[in-house]
Design a protein around this ligand. Structure first.
Ligand SMILES: NC(=O)c1ccc[n+]([C@@H]2O[C@H](COP(=O)([O-])OP(=O)(O)OC[C@H]3O[C@@H](n4cnc5c(N)ncnc54)[C@H](OP(=O)(O)O)[C@@H]3O)[C@@H](O)[C@H]2O)c1
Length: 365
């Protein structure tokens, strides 16, 4: 009997990566003369989108479901052996109609997007709990981030796109659905290597003909995780699914400071590059959108302390870390018996088209 995989966010970066990985496992089985081991079901709001149609042509079952619709989710996830879940803070944060709704409700765009992502996560958790018996022992793999308010002891109470995820995965699931929690693994994801497209005013600012700088509030020497989500989330999910449930992981192809990150980019592209630590105010000024600037400035500052994964270097020293907060990184999976080849930042830079960055206008440093 093939295993049934249900993928939320299948048309996006992380979900499409999971779909590609399991499709490749099916192809490998077919080539060896075996039956495909997985049936793949993907959820989308729009089954007529080019991405959904392409997935359907690869024999993915496409199911229409909106994360705001709790009952549609229950039937879309029913009978799954493995569920991959992801929620998207940035859509309700940026969409003009959501900005208008936030204003109408008297909420900042940051808090409004928190409320939407939190409610969607809760709907996912409730629907997964309704099919807990069909899930494999480690059958609920959720994309999440660390809890900034808790991990910083209240220093960062408004890092909404972290807390909206962690308030549900794992907190709500543990509190409300203990049987589901026993089958859950939390997958934190590092800084997406393509995020220079999401925050172009902070990443790769062109300061001269051949010179570029990246400006965040993170300390220049703090190492942070970096991830190619399209290339690698699927591999991580498959690897984790083979391990016991109940742990937290960090998907990362590299762990390096922003200074090192810019050095690699400069070396590969032949450009002059530097990293400059800036203030929250300068980040906001670069972004031109106060809410976006503050949300990302909080994230970059939180990355300096306690750390992107919520665990400070002092805590991480053996014996000083709360067992609940242990995060297993991709590079350490080998010790647990599963090996995952992740994409390094250098490999990503070499395989990517940088014309979008190299064609930028020069700005004042
Ligand atoms: N950028 C970074 O560096 C970074 C790092 C770590 C974590 N993250 C997190 O990554 C998340 C985004 O993940 P991603 O990049 O994989 O997303 P993405 O590529 O933007 O795709 C979003 C996916 O979610 C689905 N979706 C969104 N709203 C939905 C709804 N109401 N009902 C059903 N499906 C819905 C979309 O499906 P349809 O449109 O087909 O319905 C799409 O498949 C964000 O929450 C962000 O905080 C980002």
């Amino acid at each position: 009997m093939p295993k049934s995989i249900a993928i939320i966010g299948i048309t996006g970066n992380q979900g499409s990566s999971v779909a590609s990985h399991y499709l490749s496992l099916n192809s490998a089985a077919i080539q060896s003369g075996d039956a495909p081991p997985y049936t793949i079901r993907g959820l989308t709001r729009n089954p007529a989108s080019p991405a959904a149609i392409h997935l359907k042509s690869q024999s993915v079952e496409i199911v229409k479901a909106d994360l705001d619709d709790a009952s549609a989710l229950i039937s879309a996830l029913k009978g799954a052996n493995l569920i991959f879940s992801v929620t998207n803070y940035w859509e309700p944060f940026f969409r003009p109609d959501c900005r208008a709704k936030a204003k109408q409700l008297g909420l900042s765009p940051r808090k409004y997007a928190y409320d939407v992502e939190h409610a969607q996560g809760q709907n996912i958790a409730d629907a997964a709990a309704a099919t807990v018996d069909s899930l494999d022992d480690n059958g609920f793999i959720v994309s999440t981030l660390s809890h900034a308010t808790q991990c910083s002891n209240g220093k960062y109470p408004e890092l909404y796109h972290f807390d909206a995820k962690a308030d549900i995965f794992p907190n709500y699931v543990k509190a409300k659905h203990p049987e589901l929690a026993k089958k859950m693994s939390c997958l934190q994801t590092g800084y997406f290597m393509h995020s220079f497209r999401i925050a172009p005013a902070s990443y790769f600012r062109r300061t001269g003909d051949k010179s570029f700088e990246t400006c965040f509030t993170t300390h220049p020497d703090t190492k942070v995780p970096h991830l190619d989500p399209v290339g690698d989330v699927g591999k991580m999910v498959h690897a984790i699914s083979q391990l016991p449930a109940g742990k937290s992981y960090m998907a990362a192809g590299d762990m390096m400071s922003w200074k090192e990150w810019m050095e690699v980019w400069g070396r590969v592209t032949g450009m002059e590059s530097r990293y400059r630590q800036v203030s929250v105010e300068e980040t906001v000024a670069h972004c031109g959108d106060e809410d976006f600037g503050k949300e990302i400035a909080d994230m970059f500052s939180y990355s300096s302390w306690p750390g992107y994964d919520g665990v400070s270097e002092i805590e991480a020293k053996e014996g000083e870390q709360d067992a609940e907060k242990v995060v297993i990184y991709s590079k350490d999976l080998k010790k647990l018996g599963v090996d995952v080849k992740m994409t390094s930042w250098e490999e990503y830079v070499k395989k990517s088209d940088w014309s979008e960055v190299l064609n930028k206008e020069v700005v004042q440093p």
